[in-house]
Ligand binder design. Structure first.
Ligand SMILES: NC(=O)c1ccc[n+]([C@@H]2O[C@H](COP(=O)([O-])OP(=O)(O)OC[C@H]3O[C@@H](n4cnc5c(N)ncnc54)[C@H](O)[C@@H]3O)[C@@H](O)[C@H]2O)c1
Ligand SMILES: O=P(O)(O)OC[C@H](O)CO
Length: 343
């Protein structure tokens, strides 16, 4: 049997955890996977040194995942094309705003037999056209792409606290090989034939998390937060029914990618945290992202804007009052206190 070679594109907070898990599996399953896991690092200076050099010396991403050690087979590489050259399994895990440029660089350099999995939470919107990122990756790289998403706050998984995730696949064999790659005693992976449902839940829950952050910043309490989550889940489902009718209902309730991710992200995620600070201080999201996240990137505000643009083109903005209000608070200076009047 031919072994799979794994490469990771991305090395942020979740990217580093994904590389850590893949590295552990590659060491433990030498019959299935080649030992070394190259990880692409968008090079930057930390204390006057290349982050890549620090990672390879300390086996730790001191900027994006301090305190967690990589196994020694995870090797940071600042050269994107060199990172992917031998890969048959690609883990793509970068903030969604950087995907187009990254895919452009990768075009023509991927093994045509490779398969990818996208861990990115967001959507591509161009006018009245919307795509999940697994499809964008397939379109740009010409390889099949699955999607992994779930109730997965990276810092908790780095500490090997138990969590679950979902992999949405189109070809079952892809789902199974990525399941073997990610499965850890502390990370339970289920596979489901629903790439769109898994991807869209992961993207849209970030808009609801922003609303829950406003809730926390306004000190409205847990009952209001539950109401926001309920309405948010309904809008997520409505969006899938309206525009992606092949999404499976079961993904919303039975998969970690569905309601479980909605709950964790509305309780403990970065989108929630920064939105709470916005409601408390009135500072812009850009400023707060820099002040609070130390280089990590928000996905929810971008997704709120992208979904708003798409719904505007479709003439359906008013069918999604929660999504609409989050957009208006984040981008049109509407006061956060107006959120509940739209629920
Ligand atoms: N962090 C989590 O808990 C978590 C969990 C599940 C899913 N996700 C999703 O995973 C994706 C990646 O998130 P993350 O937490 O790994 O990243 P992050 O938020 O830590 O972002 C920082 C990363 O962006 C990179 N970056 C900065 N500028 C860049 C550029 N111009 N080009 C390319 N890369 C650049 C940095 O080098 C760094 O690796 C997101 O879509 C996120 O929603 C995150
Ligand atoms: O920290 P957030 O808000 O980007 O959310 C992280 C994950 O998506 C939770 O599953």
């Amino acid at each position: 049997m031919v072994k799979e070679s794994v490469a990771v594109i991305g090395s942020g907070n979740w990217g580093s955890v994904a590389a850590r898990m893949a590295g552990q599996s590659c060491l433990e399953k030498p019959d299935l996977f080649e030992r070394d896991v190259p990880m692409w690092v968008f090079e930057e200076q930390v204390d006057g040194r290349n982050l890549t050099d620090i990672i390879n010396e300390k086996h730790e991403n001191v900027k994006y995942l301090p305190g967690a050690k990589f196994p020694e087979n995870v090797i940071a590489n600042p050269d994107l094309i060199d990172t992917v050259e031998d890969a048959t399994l690609l883990i793509i895990v970068i903030p969604h705003q950087f995907l187009p440029k990254t895919l452009n660089t990768l075009k023509g350099h991927i093994n045509p037999k490779a398969r990818a999995v996208s861990l990115i939470k967001g959507v591509e919107v161009v006018g009245d056209n919307i795509n999940i990122f697994a499809k964008v990756i397939e379109r740009e790289l010409g390889i099949r792409c699955s999607a992994l998403s779930g109730a997965n706050i990276a810092n908790e998984i780095a500490l090997e606290k138990f969590s679950e995730t979902s992999i949405g696949y189109a070809d079952r064999k892809d789902g199974e090989i990525f399941q073997k790659l990610f499965d850890r005693p502390y990370f339970r992976v289920s596979i489901v034939e629903d790439v769109e449902g898994v991807s869209l839940c992961g993207a849209m829950k970030n808009i609801v998390a922003i609303a829950c952050g406003f809730n926390d910043g306004m000190n409205w309490g847990d009952n209001t937060k539950a109401a926001i989550m309920r309405v948010g889940l309904l809008e997520m489902k409505r969006f899938c029914q309206d525009f992606f009718p092949s999404c499976k209902d079961a993904t919303f309730v039975e998969e970690s990618a569905g309601v479980a991710d909605l709950i964790t992200t509305c309780l403990g995620g970065r989108n929630r945290k920064v939105a709470a600070a916005h409601a408390e201080t009135g500072k812009s999201f850009e400023q707060l992202e820099q002040e609070i996240l130390g280089g990590q990137r928000l996905q929810g505000t971008g997704t709120a804007k992208e979904i708003h643009e798409f719904l505007s083109h479709k003439g359906k903005v008013d069918n999604y009052p929660l999504f609409k209000t989050v957009y208006e608070i984040a981008f049109e200076n509407k006061p956060a206190k107006e959120l509940t009047s739209r629920l």
